[in-house]
Structure formats: structure tokens, C-alpha cells
Design a protein around this ligand. Structure first.
Ligand code: RNT
Ligand code: ZN
Length: 416
């Protein structure tokens, strides 16, 4: 029956000149970097410390992971419900130090051996982020741009240490690791000097990136932001700052879809960046009012992002990662919903007759273009998506939620 539905859909799309088998084959190769921090509300394993830096995970849903073992088990659960092979995105605070207190500027590859083992056993790739928040040296929301050189140096050393860890991931796993730098630096009030902190940030970054690594193992990216809670008036690492920095230096610009003005969208930025940058990186998330980190839903902007990547033949040039943290719902479900939605959006785009629609635009036939765009929305996309899930031996449609309910009953609810 499912096969019949797929064969019917295949015909419908073939009439538009689209090959569904080919779309599935392409989607199969796309790796999405799943952020580990949805599993524990960005707590990490350093103990004590509260989240800071203008980001917040709100909610109190029971069952959050408290140890590396619990987090790994939850990640396994999530990946068992997500079609395909992907990457796992780690933060420095997820180092596994077996009770030893290791200062962040002294972290080494050995502290991430457990994760490499985990990734190897499952055929996953790994990405990394230095953690420049939730720390006494970040308590005044200044890190790499801090006026105090001692504090800047600490964070420079930390970022350098994590690049080494990233290289190690790349070498061990045989696929490049993305090391992404995001800093919370900014001011609550209008600053008297906007340039000074940016000058210091620029110098810090130059120092961090002074060591060269092979692109076979490591890519670096810098992530901009508009504002954070408590730092509403000024953000040192703004979009213009990092876009310029990335253009002049051998690093990638990372766009977080929740880090722009509410009506500003990153889908419109991709084609411009792709003209000038070899590769770009994304944090796909959903901004809602002040929050930049709601679970990714299958909304118009997600589809538009996917369309831009596909239409520009840039699936190997755009490094897709997710970034949200919702503590008010089942955390594993949050991962699965976000990951599956990203894949659905990509499949939706892969099934569009984009070449033909581009021709309509060039001919100025906007009526037909609009008609196609709208009729496409009710084509049997879901039958192709179900096929993808079946091919990958993961539950179709809402069926996956049963496994999450079971896991919640048997595992999560026992974590007190
Ligand atoms: C914060 C940035 C950043 C973080 C993660 C935890 O606004 O989006 O990417 O969410 O590094
Ligand atoms: Zn982000």
C-alpha cells in the first residue's frame, strides 16, 4: 500500500519533470549537525554553573540528561527515529573529564575521547563549539572583547584549545569538524564606544586563527547575533562585523536564523553569501519574539532556506546545524521534530521543479510561477517523505512518538 502511494507520487512528480528517486538519493547524503545541548538545556558537565550570556532555556520538563551516559543514551534514542546518518554538535562544556576539574583553557582532545568513541561506533561526524558563557570570566557578558587582557587571553586560549579538539575529531572520524565561535559580548545600555570592543574582538580572533589547520579536518566559523537578554543595546559580534571578518579571513560566516530582526530572514542572504564564500554554516532555529531558540517547525522560512540551498546546488557548501533548546517539552521529541522537519524541508525543495520555475521568472510569467508554487503545496509530498522513512527503517509519520513515550516511561521518568 505504501509502495502504491509512492509510485503514484512518483508519477505526479515525473509529470513535472522531477525524479523522486533521485531526490531521495540526494537527501540520503545530507548530514545535519544535531546539537547535543537540547538534551540538557545547555547545562554541560562542569557542574554547578548557571546558563548566562543572554540565552535561556525555559521550562521544567522532567528527565533531562545529567551525565554523559544519560545524554548519550538520549541522543541514541533520538537518532533511532531520525532517517539517515548525521553529525553531532558538541560544546566545550560537554567534555568528559571523569570528575576532574579542567579549566576551559586547558581542555585537550583526551577530554573528548568518549565522544569520539561514541561517534565512531555509530558512524557519526562531530562538530565543536568553544563555550564562552556560563563561567566566572564571562559574568559581565564580555569575553574576547573584554577590556582586561587577562580575561581576553583566557578565552583566546580556550578557543585555541577547542580548535585542536576539532582537528582531532576530523582526523579520528575522517570528516571535517566545524568549530563555531559564538560570544555573548555586548552591553545593556548604549555604549560610549562601539569601536573599541570590536577592535579587541578582531585582535582576539586574529590570534585564535593564527594557527593554520588543514581543511581536511577543521573548518572555523563565526556566529553573529542581534541582541541577547541583558545585552539589548549593543552586540560586539554583529552581522556586519562577522560578515566582514569572514570575507577577509579564511573562516566561515555562520548565520543563525534566530539572530536577526523579526521580519529579516536568512533565506534571502544565502544566495549573496554563496557568491562570495566557498562555504557557509547555519544554525537553523526558530525565533519567537525575544527568544531565538524555539524548536524548528516546518514553516515557510524553513522551506525557503531549504529551497535556496537546493536551488543554488549548495548542499555541499552549506553546513547545516540546528540550534534550539526547549526545556518545556520532552527533549528527545524536540530533537526528532527539529531534525525531521529540516529533512522534510530539504525534500520538499528537492521535489520542486526549480529549473522550470526559474525559466518562468526569466520569461516574466509570474502568474504561472505563483500558480506552480501554490499548487505544489498540496502535491503528494508526504508519500515521498514516508518512503524516505521506510528506506531508513525509522517509523513513519507520528508513529515515532510511541517510542519516545515508552522511553519517557521507562527511562526519563526515573531520573529524579
Ligand atoms: C546563542 C547562539 C549560540 C548558542 C549555542 C549554545 O544565541 O545561538 O549558537 O545557542 O552555542
Ligand atoms: Zn546559534
Amino acid at each position: 500500500m505504501a509502495g502504491d502511494r509512492y509510485n503514484h507520487a512518483k508519477k505526479v512528480y515525473a509529470d513535472l519533470g522531477v525524479d523522486t528517486d533521485k531526490a531521495l538519493e540526494t537527501l540520503q547524503k545530507v548530514k545535519i549537525s544535531m546539537h547535543c545541548w537540547q538534551g540538557d538545556d545547555v547545562s554541560g558537565f562542569e557542574g554547578a554553573g548557571e546558563l548566562s550570556g543572554g540565552i535561556a532555556a525555559t521550562g521544567n520538563y522532567p528527565g533531562k540528561a545529567r551525565t554523559p551516559e544519560e545524554l548519550m543514551s538520549d541522543i541514541d534514542m533520538a537518532f533511532s527515529l531520525i532517517p539517515g546518518k548525521h553529525k553531532l554538535n558538541l560544546h566545550a562544556i560537554y567534555a568528559v573529564t571523569n570528575g576532574e576539574k579542567v579549566p576551559r583553557n586547558k581542555l585537550q582532545p583526551v577530554h573528548f575521547e568518549k565522544w569520539v568513541e561514541f561517534a565512531k561506533e555509530r558512524g557519526l561526524g562531530l562538530d565543536i563549539n568553544p563555550t564562552l558563557f556560563a563561567h566566572e570570566y564571562a559574568s559581565d557578558t564580555l569575553t574576547l572583547s573584554h577590556p582586561d587582557k587577562k580575561i581576553r587571553d583566557f578565552w583566546i586560549e580556550h578557543c585555541k584549545a577547542m580548535r585542536k579538539v576539532g582537528e582531532y575529531f576530523g582526523k579520528e572520524l575522517g570528516q571535517p569538524c566545524l568549530n563555531n565561535i559564538w560570544i555573548p559580548d555586548g552591553y545593556k545600555e548604549t555604549p560610549a564606544d562601539r569601536k573599541g570592543p570590536r577592535e579587541r574582538l578582531k585582535e582576539s580572533l586574529d590570534e585564535i586563527f593564527s594557527e593554520k589547520y588543514s581543511r581536511d579536518y577543521l573548518y572555523d566559523s563565526v556566529e553573529s547575533k542581534l541582541f541577547g537578554i541583558g545585552v539589548e543595546s549593543y552586540t560586539v559580534g554583529s552581522h556586519e562585523f562577522y560578515l566582514s571578518y569572514a570575507s577577509k579571513n579564511d573562516v566561515l560566516c555562520l548565520l543563525d536564523s534566530g539572530h536577526f530582526h523579526p521580519t529579516e530572514v536568512i533565506s534571502d542572504k544565502l544566495s549573496s553569501l554563496l557568491l562570495f564564500h566557498d562555504k557557509i554554516a547555519l544554525h537553523v532555529t526558530r525565533g519567537v519574539r525575544w527568544d531565538s531558540d524555539h524548536v524548528v517547525t516546518l514553516d515557510n522560512e524553513l522551506i525557503e532556506i531549504a529551497k535556496e540551498i537546493v536551488a543554488n546546488h549548495a548542499l555541499d557548501r552549506v553546513l547545516i546545524g540546528l540550534d534550539f533548546f526547549d526545556a518545556s517539552i520532552n527533549r528527545i521529541a524536540a530533537w526528532v521534530i527539529g531534525m525531521r522537519n529540516m529533512q522534510k524541508a530539504l525534500l520538499y525543495a528537492l521535489l520542486m521543479p526549480l529549473k522550470e520555475m526559474k525559466l518562468l521568472q526569466e520569461k516574466g510569467d509570474f502568474t504561472r510561477m505563483l500558480m506552480m508554487n501554490e499548487e505544489f503545496k498540496t502535491m503528494p509530498f508526504s508519500d515521498v517523505w514516508d518512503r524516505f522513512c521506510e528506506m531508513n527503517n525509522v517509523p513513519v509519520r507520528n508513529e515515532w512518538y510511541k517510542a519516545v513515550e515508552e522511553y519517557e516511561k521507562n527511562v526519563l521518568s526515573k531520573r529524579q
